[in-house]
Design a protein around this ligand. Structure first.
Ligand code: GUN
Length: 281
């Protein structure tokens, strides 16, 4: 499954929506915040701003030092919340040690929360109402849709229980009538689980391959959300060469889920802008 290709399609649609919003007098505006100097965060944000540029979304980044206080960060969010020109707010995670991440996320006004992490947005998703949904799981669903992978009635296994990936993805798949199992570091007999999966999603991010050929059901769909740098090269959780011979569909790393995350962030910025001006999309 070619994430670059599908992300390109999503971005084309986003660009059309940007033009529609401009006709209504709104230039969608995304603001990102990075605290500290984590190199991976900086490179993700660079890619997000570049992609925003490509589709005509205006964007701005705030880079704060690692020793910024919780109060100062929350004050900035307060200003962005009330600034009518700002449509989307994203705080790149993880924050440096010492921050209360939960309080930061809750400080973002839900209708500008383009990461879909605010408990209001996460709660809506869990209740079956999808509005602003985190980009990575939304991107996984778009990939499955594009390649017509049957979801309803399938058995999905997710290795990850984070608020950014595993939990929202479980809800998205459940909303589409999959039978979902969420696995984590304390799951017994993990390979027994993964071998039952019609759709297997792995988001672990460790240096050794988590998913090898013997872990995968023949002809199933394997989605690799893992991202690790090994000897300077980006790598996922899945031993691509070997699993590719067993699986029906598989995503590469890089070029799989990563570009989809970014495309969905852009789509969320359009959705947030539309919600704010009361426009149906
Ligand atoms: N860190 C890793 N992925 C993400 C993401 O999608 N959003 C934010 N805010 N932080 C991240």
């Amino acid at each position: 499954m070619d994430g670059k290709l599908v992300a390109g399609e999503v971005k084309k649609q986003v660009a059309v929506h940007v033009q529609q919003l401009e006709k209504h007098g709104t230039v969608p505006f995304l603001v990102t915040i990075q605290v500290g100097d984590d190199a991976a965060s900086a490179s993700y944000l660079k890619a997000k701003h570049k992609a925003a540029d490509e589709v005509g979304i205006r964007s701005e980044s705030h880079h704060l030092p690692a020793d910024t206080s919780q109060d100062k960060l929350e004050a900035l969010l307060g200003q962005l919340n009330t600034n009518p020109k700002v449509n989307g707010i994203l705080v790149q995670l993880p924050l440096p040690p010492g921050f209360n991440e939960e309080r930061v996320i809750e400080r973002i006004i839900p209708y500008k929360d383009v990461d879909g992490l605010h408990p209001i947005n996460a709660g809506k998703l869990a209740a079956g109402h999808e509005e602003l949904v985190p980009g990575t799981p939304k991107g996984v669903i778009k990939l499955l849709n594009y390649y017509k992978v049957p979801v309803a009635g399938s058995r999905a296994v997710i290795i990850n229980r984070s608020n950014l990936v595993g939990r929202p993805l479980a809800n998205l798949l459940l909303n589409r009538d999959a039978t979902v199992t969420v696995c984590h570091s304390k799951t017994p007999n993990l390979s027994g689980m993964t071998r039952t999966a019609d759709i297997l999603v792995s988001a672990v991010g460790k240096e050794v391959f988590q998913i090898r050929a013997e872990h995968v059901k023949p002809n199933s769909t394997v989605v690799d959300v893992g991202l690790t740098r090994v000897d300077g090269k980006l790598r996922g959780d899945v031993d691509f060469e070997k699993v590719n011979r067993v699986a029906g569909y598989i995503t590469p790393v890089p070029g799989g889920v990563g570009p989809m995350t970014i495309a969905c962030l852009l789509e969320n910025t359009i959705l947030a802008s539309s919600i704010q001006i009361g426009l149906k999309v």
